[in-house]
Ligand binder design. Structure first.
Ligand SMILES: Nc1nc2c(ncn2[C@@H]2O[C@H](COP(=O)(O)OP(=O)(O)OP(=O)(O)O)[C@@H](O)[C@H]2O)c(=O)[nH]1
Ligand SMILES: [Mg+2]
Length: 381
């Protein structure tokens, strides 16, 4: 069994997974270690299966990709290993975020942009995110119907995401799914989200180009979302331009952009589209390409990638420390009594958190447990 493992998988992977076991090359394995390793197999089994999935995904299996996405969505414990093993294969895809109020025609536009990208010879990964409801079967079904023409196309992969993870939440899960699609070799990744709340802002932060889709009736919405919209939009698409008021809205947006210039290297364009009639969609595609070009020429592209890598690194550390800290305080009676009081409404969550953090003995005991964890890591080498 061990020989099989060593033969099929890179040694560094295995070493990473069983750091506290003596390590040897194929053919040097003493029988004793084989026995220990055999005992480890149930643990390693999941890892091996995961590595197999990764390898099949890298070889082009969309089925394996779908399974890995499910693992990432569920925030399964293998996620850090999955991300680490696909990392060398990421960084090539161009990610376009499409956001805006519900029913604005985002999916229809995504469908049109996908058709153009396919004609240009690009493969496309589509993620439709609905952070508002974990049970939005209707919206997902709508997306399916609107993107139906691409479902049989091997060069297009469509995935809907509606579940909010327990720890990092939707933004992190979406970000990791983008990474998977990137590693799977898709040239363009289109991420559709509804609305412009904090979740969407976070998701859109990972996109290279953000298209904000509005409709003529959205006048009031714009007033309330102004700051958020200007913050994230690289391109405005006023869709449903077959309806009255589209030109007026476009002018209003242009004035807004003019009054709040955000970047010297990019003037945010406002284009009118009729997604259902396929009007203005070529122009939208061109603007996405222009923005891509401007990002590269201004040096912003690599700057963004650097920022993203830094964020990923910090987040990975935060996640590890936070999960260890939570583990070490889970069984803490004093904390549990605070949780109980907060749940019953006897104390507000903020005052409770101050009190907990002000209690030095509590903090000290938690950090001590954290320190023990670090020492264990040291021992494992
Ligand atoms: N009149 C008109 N209707 C459009 C246009 N584009 C899309 N629609 C229609 O608007 C409705 C919503 O389109 P979707 O593409 O599902 O919109 P969406 O923004 O993805 O919707 P959610 O994902 O539910 O937020 C559909 O019935 C489309 O056919 C357009 O340019 N003009
Ligand atoms: Mg949609």
């Amino acid at each position: 069994m061990t020989v099989y493992l060593v033969k099929c998988y890179n040694l560094p992977y295995l070493k990473h997974f069983t750091p506290n076991l003596p390590y040897c090359q194929l053919g040097e394995l003493p029988a004793k270690i084989c026995v220990i390793r055999y005992a480890m197999l149930s643990l390693v089994g999941g890892f091996v299966e995961m590595m197999e999935l990764v390898e099949r995904m890298l070889a082009g299996s969309q089925q394996s990709l779908a399974r890995l996405i499910s693992l990432v969505e569920r925030e399964s414990p293998e996620v850090p290993q999955i991300l680490s093993s696909i990392y060398p294969h990421t960084g090539k895809a161009y990610c376009v975020g499409v956001t805006g109020p519900p029913g604005g025609g985002k999916s229809t536009l995504v469908d049109r942009v996908t058709s153009i990208a396919r004609k240009e010879g690009l493969s496309v990964g589509i993620i439709a995110v609905d952070p508002t409801s974990p049970f939005s079967g209707g919206a997902m079904l709508g997306d399916r119907i609107r993107m139906q023409q691409h479902y049989l196309d091997e060069g297009v992969f469509i995935r809907s995401m509606a579940t909010r993870g327990s720890h990092g939440g939707l933004p992190r899960a979406t970000y990791n799914v983008i990474k998977l699609l990137d590693a799977a070799g898709f040239d363009m990744i289109l991420v559709e989200t509804v609305g412009v709340g904090q979740t969407e802002l976070d998701i859109m932060e990972t996109a290279d180009t953000v298209v904000v889709v509005l409709v003529p009736e959205a006048g009031d919405t714009i007033q309330t979302m102004k700051a958020g919209l200007l913050e994230i939009a690289d391109i405005f698409a006023v869709n449903k331009a077959d309806r009255p008021g589209a030109d007026y809205l476009a002018v209003e947006l242009e004035v807004m952009i003019h009054q709040n210039p955000r970047r010297s290297w990019w003037q945010v364009p406002v284009i009118t589209t009729q997604a259902v009639n396929n009007i203005g969609t070529e122009k939208l595609y061109q603007e996405i390409e222009h923005h891509h070009q401007a990002l590269r020429e201004s040096g912003q592209f690599s700057l963004r990638r650097h920022e993203q890598r830094k964020r990923e690194f910090i987040e990975a550390i935060e996640q590890k420390i936070a999960s260890q800290l939570w583990k070490s305080i889970e069984g803490d009676g004093k904390l549990a009594s605070y949780v109980d009081k907060v749940e019953k409404g006897e104390i507000d969550p903020y005052s409770a958190s101050w009190e907990v953090l002000a209690d030095k003995t509590l903090l000290r005991s938690w950090f001590k447990r954290l320190d023990n964890w670090l020492k264990k890591l040291d021992q494992e080498g």
